[in-house]
Design a protein around this ligand. Sequence first.
Ligand code: TRP
Ligand code: ZN
Length: 476
Amino acid sequence: MVSRDRRITVVARSVRLVPVLLASALAATACGGGVHGTPGGSGVRDPYFPKAGNGGYDVTHYGLRLAYDPGAHHLTGTATLTARATQDLSAFDLDFLGMEVEKVTVGREAARWNRAGQELTVRPHDDIDRDETFRVTVRYSGAPETVTDPDGSREGWLRTADGALALGEPTGSMAWFPGNHHPSDKAAYDLTVTVPRGLRAVSNGELRGERTERGRTTFVWHCGEPMAGYLATLAIGRFDVGRSAAGDLPMYTAVDPAEAAASRPVLKRIPEVLRWAERRFGPYPFSSTGAIVDRAAEVGYALETQTRPVFPGAPDLTLLVHEFAHQWYGDSVTPESWRDMWLNEGFATYAEWLWEEDHGGRSAQETFDALYSGAHFDTEEAGEEIWEFPPADPPSAARISDPPVYWRGAMVLHKVRQAVGDDRFFSILKGWAAKYRYGNAGTADFTAFAERQAPGADLRPVWDEWLYGDGKPERV
Ligand code: TRP
Ligand code: ZN
């Protein structure tokens, strides 16, 4: 997407006003046939994270070669991104936080770069033409940082007792590799990670290789289906590894030995959860599955990292269902922007209700009623929290994962179900996952999709009162 924000104006103006810069810009492109490109934007206008992502190009593949030494807390990396220019580019940004950049090349030529906050601005030797596919390589090293989110939670690169854990929702992946770190730009990944012998490195997708040489072990991971950067993970440490299958799917689990005994009974149920989810949501979208259970002191949350969710300790079955439901809703169908979080969390929460309904527990209607009355919660305050803002419009970045997004987001889906009936509703759940498989979709896409699937139903009040409306809706 071509995005014009203040930063571009500043760059453009300084090029016009400062002759030295102009001269060097011309010199840099002299053999490339003149200046025709403009800088890509430093963000994609996300309403909550305006600097996340970058304009002017689309990444199709990340090739990451990393080496980490937990003792020294030192990471070295070479990131090779393959991208397609969506405009003529004289410069473009990558999101990258901390670390030290040693060298940047675009194609075969060394490129100039500079850094400001999370923006690594790359000025290639030659301008890049619109629609051209180009390769940018960034060599870097240093001590990767832990990031504090607007809501106070911790992500990015997290140290563990025996290694590290990389988590990226919403913006932490820029702490360990440079990229276009916004959910709207999805790409395939190949990740090669070298760690001291005795430790393992576990990531998304399939393990393609493992070799030990001179005291270090290298793991090669491949994730072929498009993945948003925030869903990339890397766990380094000692793990009990389980290799098995869920139906035809290869399954790889890596569990902190201290959590192994408690995790075993629930992880054994992954194949059953996937079978159920396929019946409800349609075909599983990825080529492998599994889980990572790892303890980082600062992390108390699970994350739906693609193909292989991360749990901060032995999960319970409900949390397992939640993170696996995200594989359809969030990972395969990914929000267009962080405003659309309810498409992730409302769906994953509703999946919990459906699991319960399908396994002899409360019906989704009963769960809905208990939420509406407040009986679901221990305290009155907790019951009131879910009405604080409409799920489709969190008031700030600090609140994109607050209770209204989860609970009331799920209630929106239940209201859709009431309005269209079970048959239509379940075909909407499946159809949504099918239509936007491997892509991105926003809230307006969902409302339009649901309306098209249920032409006779009046969904307006659901959107107006439950999805976009302030306060607790009148019961309808
Ligand atoms: N997406 C996670 C889940 O519900 C929760 C989470 C972890 C999260 N980190 C976050 C949500 C950051 C929003 C922002 O499974
Ligand atoms: Zn979730």
